[in-house]
Design a binder for this molecule. Structure first.
Ligand SMILES: [Zn+2]
Length: 90
């Protein structure tokens, strides 16, 4: 089983191989896929919405200025907010 990301996803978690694959080095992508890994192995609810929110929140807690800079410059696609409201991060 592979966690199905969208076709533009920079990474994925392969459950059966227990491997995270990252197409382009990215801390947020790694955290996102690690969230899938952690939640599957702890038998917790596992959704894209949760993985996106958890990874970006953790990045923000660690380095808020860099996180906001990354969002503003478009390096982090803030899909949950954009999909829900149509807003763009200002
Ligand atoms: Zn995901």
């Amino acid at each position: 089983m592979v966690i199905q990301e969208n076709m533009h996803s920079p990474g994925h978690y392969n459950v059966s191989a227990n491997k995270i694959a990252i197409n382009k080095p990215s801390l947020v992508t790694y955290l996102h896929e690690f969230c899938h890994y952690k939640r599957i192995h702890l038998k917790q609810k596992n959704t894209e919405h949760i993985a996106r929110g958890w990874s970006i929140s953790l990045f923000y807690l660690a380095t808020p200025k860099l996180c906001l800079k990354s969002i503003k410059s478009g390096k982090i696609i803030h899909q949950n907010r954009i999909q829900q409201t149509g807003d763009k991060v200002k």
